[in-house]
Design a protein around this ligand. Structure first.
Ligand SMILES: *[C@@H]1O[C@H](CO)[C@@H](O)[C@H](O)[C@H]1NC(C)=O
Length: 357
């Protein structure tokens, strides 16, 4: 045995002595654990102690908050042959050492009935002075999908577009949704499009054969939840005809109203015009020097408007200067005179004429 070999053996001895020297955590380093809400988890922490570690054995589990400013929380402790497990109110009664005697080298714990708030980084610290060792493990508590609701958005008439919607009110990401048809052909509508992330099944141009029961299953890594909905595609009520009828009716009514207003206006204008004519003649036309046809036409128009016998008409009539009124009768050839059958108003004229004359 040469000096080099001795040196090698010596260094190996030192090395191995160094390895076995002192406290050592032996559970495999498992950085992450995922569990569903309500389940139980075992956080492992096995260790070996050596003769050199002469101090008392302490095994402590702490929850390290994600927020660095927050204090870390002791969960459970084994110290001087005693177990203390009422540090953390939120885990009261749900945490225990897997081995009632951690001194044997097993400081693993169980956490029962997991809650989503139990998510965090846990650290196992084993101390037997001068030996100190620790190991971290990240626990994620996933919530199963739950309270999943199915419903339909949009009109369920043939030819319309509608959406079958599905959403879980509980459940950790990533949730994915899947729709199935339970009745008939059991095939999703040909014109449908499924979005697994949003849970929407878009159906275009609905047809009656799409009717039936549908189910939606929401799933994440730890569980599933299902809901059901019934689609009933019906022919549309013929509202088009009703609407067209109503529109046409309204238009007709409006047209009639417009016509009436037009007529009314026209009549009023005519009346006004008549009056104007009446005044024009009285004021603008000088008394005829000779008896002209103007006067005759004036009488004629007056006669027609006298049909209504309004007081204003009568007034205008009464005010007519007598000397303007032609005494037609006197002018008329005797032959015409014979055929003349005087009306009430003609008689009135005559009376005036007579009084003037
Ligand atoms: C809607 O579906 C009917 C048959 O169900 C078809 O005749 C029609 O062309 C479709 N319309 C559109 C816009 O796709």
């Amino acid at each position: 045995m040469g000096p080099p070999l001795a040196a090698l053996l010596g260094s190996l001895l030192v090395c191995c002595a160094g390895l076995t020297k002192g406290l050592k955590i032996t559970s495999t380093d498992q950085p992450m654990v995922e569990k569903a809400q309500g389940e139980k988890v075992t956080l492992p922490c096995t260790f070996t102690i050596s003769q050199e570690d002469t101090g008392p054995l302490d095994v402590e589990w702490v929850l390290i908050p994600t927020d660095n400013l927050k204090k870390e929380q002791t969960i459970v402790m084994y110290s001087a042959d005693r177990i203390y497990n009422d540090y953390y109110k939120e885990m009261n009664g749900r945490v225990q050492f897997t081995n009632p005697d951690p001194k044997s080298g097993d400081g693993s714990i169980h956490i029962l009935n997991l809650k989503s708030t139990d998510t965090g980084t846990y650290q196992c610290r084993v101390k037997k002075a001068p030996g100190v060792e620790s190991q971290k493990i990240q626990l994620t508590v996933l919530v199963k999908p739950a309270r999943t609701k199915c419903y339909i958005e949009g009109s369920q008439e043939t030819g319309s577009d509608l959406i079958l919607k599905c959403a879980s009110q509980e459940g950790s990401p990533l949730l994915s949704y899947n729709w199935r048809k339970l009745t008939g052909t059991k095939e999703l509508p040909a014109t449908s499009l499924l979005n697994k992330d949003t849970g929407e099944l878009s159906v275009k141009n609905a047809s009656q054969e799409y009717s039936g029961s549908y189910s939606c299953v929401a799933a994440n890594r730890v569980g599933t939840d299902e809901c059901f909905v019934v689609l009933n595609v019906t022919p549309p009520i013929n509202t088009a005809g009703t609407i067209a009828g109503a529109v046409i009716g309204t238009l007709l009514g409006l047209f009639l109203l417009a016509f009436l207003i037009f007529c009314c206006c026209k009549k009023r204008k005519e009346k006004k015009y008549e009056k104007e004519v009446h005044h024009d003649i009285r004021e603008d036309v000088p008394p005829p020097k000779s008896r002209t046809s103007t006067a005759r036409s004036y009488i004629g128009s007056n006669r027609s408007s006298l049909g209504s016998m309004s007081p204003s008409n009568m007034e205008g009539y009464a005010k007519t200067p007598y000397n303007q009124v032609p005494s037609e009768d006197f002018e008329r050839p005797s032959g015409q005179n014979l055929n003349f059958t005087p009306s009430k108003y003609d008689l009135a004229y005559k009376i005036h004429d007579i009084t003037v004359v």
